[in-house]
Design a protein. Structure first.
Length: 484
């Protein structure tokens, strides 16, 4: 009786919607008794891409930086042809700006629009390009993963800093050993890898096995509904070369990513035979494609699910595991203290470069004002120099407030540095004096804006505070932006 009443209610509800349909649990799509009508759901939240107000501001500065970089490159080309013996230096400098400023910003802008921000079994580069495949899933705690990787002869990769970047460059060029060489950050679940491990090959950082690991969100599951604690991407670096998409110096990976996946699993099972592995077939379609550096990648699309639960306890007596556990405790304690006392390394670099730019700009403007007279100089020239001088002092003020983690100060700092760079670009384009110094300062300023507008800088300044959200309706672009 209850089932008949429920069925009758379904009929009435479907009829009210212009569709007669009888459904049950075994057949969610029964054949309609009347020709169906198109009835989209009036859910305005669907089709919206949401980002915080400060993220939207940073995205705006991506566009501004890209435009200024194009202007900067044009001036470099025009001035480069007039500098005879210095032409080669300008060509090299032009290439560096193109590879490390212009092209990455362009990719970051376009990929925000056309590359999906949900999980597609591929990691993304910091520029937004699709990177290496994500080819392993794991069950187990972080301690289990560290223990089994250390026992299997893998080394935890250092974080990227100026020191580690210099060490890996020296290791790759001179083929010196650097067992803990850092790996570049790749993103899934909207965050970089939690940590990475590697094994050197041939005693050089240019060739190595390596794996990145990401913790999965609590509400995320694999196709079919199985939940795992970790996803990982294992690839083999076969050498060093130039990225096909930006021209940056980077590692080049071997195309057979399945071989590295299987090698990693084999090393884990060798030291801990109790580790179990099952295969999720056709996790992705088998494909031949290219990663974010332009390297060819080939995979069969299968996903091994590796269960390392309990490995930390089983391998507790292995010397490498004991040493690794102690080292991680010391690192965690030191990191906790640094997080309380100091901002991230990127912000320290930003602070140092901003101070240099501001002090140099203030000194140069003050010197020129003193030479032409603080009051007696031409009105146009005097106002330009006054603007540079005041802008430099404002940059120092906003820098100090940014390090006090005041969010609006970071935005004003980006605006101030952008205005200073525009002034230097105008000076370089309209005057034959100080062209090289003006262009050099513009390059530093553009690097600063790019760094200050980065996600890591924004997160550190924002801390635990929540931002308002800006929504852009992709389904109805004419509705524009809305702020929540």
């Amino acid at each position: 009786m209850a089932q008949q009443q429920a069925s009758q209610q379904e009929k009435e509800q479907a009829g009210a919607q212009g569709l007669t349909r009888i459904s049950d649990a075994s057949n969610p799509y029964p054949a309609p008794e009347e020709y169906p009508e198109y009835q989209p759901k009036n859910d305005t939240t669907k089709g919206q891409r949401k980002l915080s107000v400060y993220t939207a501001i940073d995205a705006l500065f991506i566009v501004v930086t890209l435009a200024l970089t194009a202007w900067y490159l044009a001036l470099m080309i025009l001035n480069g042809f007039n500098m005879e013996t210095k032409s080669l230096i300008w060509v090299i400098w032009w290439f560096l700006v193109l590879a490390y400023l212009s092209l990455p910003r362009m990719h970051q802008l376009f990929t925000f629009v056309y590359v999906p921000d949900y999980f597609v079994a591929r990691a993304r580069t910091s520029d937004g390009l699709l990177g290496d495949p994500v080819n392993i899933a794991l069950h187990g705690s972080e301690e289990d993963i560290h223990a089994v990787l250390l026992a299997a002869g893998w080394t935890k990769a250092d974080k990227i800093t100026l020191r580690s970047s210099w060490k890996i460059a020296v290791s790759s060029v001179f083929r010196k050993s650097y067992p803990a060489a850092p790996v570049s950050p790749l993103v899934i679940f909207k965050r970089s890898q939690a940590f990475a491990y590697q094994q050197e090959d041939s005693g050089s950082a240019s060739k190595r096995h390596h794996v990145r690991l990401w913790r999965t969100p609590d509400d995320w599951a694999l196709p079919g509904g199985e939940k795992v604690a970790w996803m990982a991407g294992a690839t083999y670096d076969r050498g060093v070369g130039l990225s096909s998409f930006t021209g940056q110096i980077t590692h080049k990976i071997d195309e057979d990513t399945d071989a590295e996946r299987d090698y990693l699993i084999g090393t884990l099972q060798y030291v801990d035979p109790e580790i179990t592995v099952k295969i999720l077939p056709d996790f992705s379609s088998p494909y031949i494609c290219h990663n974010g550096g332009g390297d060819k990648i080939v995979t069969d699309g299968d996903l091994p699910i590796v269960d390392v639960t309990g490995a930390a306890e089983r391998l507790a007596d292995v010397p490498e595991v004991r040493e690794g556990v102690q080292a991680r405790k010391e690192e965690a304690e030191a990191s906790r203290k640094r997080d309380k006392e100091l901002p991230p390394a990127e912000m320290n670099i930003v602070g140092a470069l901003t101070a240099i730019v501001a002090i140099f700009t203030a000194w140069r403007s003050g010197t020129q004002l003193a030479n032409i007279g603080w009051v007696t100089g031409s009105l146009k020239q005097t106002w330009v120099l006054y603007g540079h001088f005041i802008g430099a002092l404002a940059a120092l003020l906003f820098l100090a407030l940014t390090f006090m983690r005041i969010r609006w100060a970071r935005v004003l700092l980006m605006i101030t540095i952008t205005l200073i760079s525009i002034g230097d670009l105008l000076a370089a384009g309209t005057s034959e004096h100080h062209v090289a110094s003006n262009l050099f300062m513009v390059a530093v300023a553009l690097v600063l804006v790019m760094s200050i507008s980065s996600e890591s800088s924004r997160r550190w300044v924002s801390g635990d505070r929540e931002d308002k959200v800006v929504s852009y309706n992709l389904r109805h672009p004419n509705r524009g932006l809305s702020v929540e």
